[in-house]
Design a protein around this ligand. Structure first.
Ligand code: G5P
Ligand code: MG
Length: 230
């Protein structure tokens, strides 16, 4: 069977395809982008990554990008009003399909606004030890236009320093400097953990603990396949 027919057959047969409205959460470097890539392929979802959106705005030097750059460079959170505008536009555009939000919400203000705007199917929460994260992000490389993520040890590109699909240059993220990663992990504890508590009280959070994405992914896949989300 050619690949698009196979994908369509899977889409029609999988109960979880199409209208899933999910969020993936977890500390910086936990593997949200890595697991998201597999989820969007498996369940045909639009991938709405707040970090990828911001990095694209910065690289195109848009107004949003100019406002956001200083925050990303220092590992700080971009103000809620900027994030809410950016994400709500994307959510409206994706309203006809299923979607996966990656990196949003990150503050209680963002979480409450999202809960008011939409009815979520689930929150996949990745629980990965901080020391594992600190070791991982040292070797991360990204393809800026697409958000594709590589790692020197875990999933190196086929050609060193080049994106597998386009052959374009890979870059390291400015906020992957060890000091900035520590700042991001602290902000996660103080600002983002309360968001998980907020949604946990609504019974929406499913936590996956571990140190390897390849072990976590089959568990996430099975969970999504078995939830009722309509
Ligand atoms: P981002 O871009 O949302 P973070 O900080 O949430 O950034 P990040 O760093 O993108 O999260 P991730 O997506 O959770 O991490 O992890 P990943 O990229 O998949 O994996 C990390 C590395 O580990 C990769 O190299 C991967 O290949 C490797 N890896 C994965 N699994 C394994 C494994 O099993 N083993 C090994 N060895 N390696 C593995 O946000 C960036 C900034 O944007 C702003 C903030 O300034 C933020 O700091 N921002 C917001 N500000 C305010 N509100 C929001 N909602 C914002 N969203 C973004
Ligand atoms: Mg990411």
């Amino acid at each position: 069977m050619c690949s698009h027919v196979r994908q369509m057959a899977r889409s029609l047969s999988s109960p979880a395809a199409s209208k899933l409205r999910a969020v993936i959460m977890g500390p910086p470097g936990a593997g949200k982008g890595t697991i998201s890539k597999r989820m969007v392929e498996e369940f045909q979802l639009a991938h709405l990554s707040s970090g990828d959106m911001l990095r694209n705005h910065i690289s195109k030097q848009t107004k949003v990008g100019q406002k956001a750059k200083q925050y990303l460079d220092q590992g700080k959170l971009v103000p809620d009003e900027v994030m809410l505008k950016l994400i709500m536009v994307e959510l409206t555009q994706a309203s006809e399909t299923g979607w996966l939000l990656d990196g949003f919400p990150r503050t209680l203000g963002q979480g409450k606004a999202l809960a008011e705007e939409t009815s979520l199917s689930t929150i996949v929460n990745l629980d990965v030890p901080f020391q594992t994260i600190i070791d991982r992000v040292k070797g991360r490389w990204i393809h800026l236009p697409s958000g594709r993520v590589y790692n020197d040890d875990y999933n190196p590109p086929k050609v060193c320093g080049k994106d597998d699909i386009t052959g374009e240059e890979l870059v390291q993220r400015a906020d992957d400097h060890p000091d900035t990663v520590l700042e991001r992990l602290k902000l996660y504890e103080s600002q983002t953990k309360p968001v998980i508590d907020f949604f946990e009280a609504k019974g929406l959070v499913k936590t996956f603990s571990g140190t390897e994405s390849d072990v976590i992914w089959p568990q996430v896949k099975e969970y999504i396949n078995n939830i009722n989300f309509f």
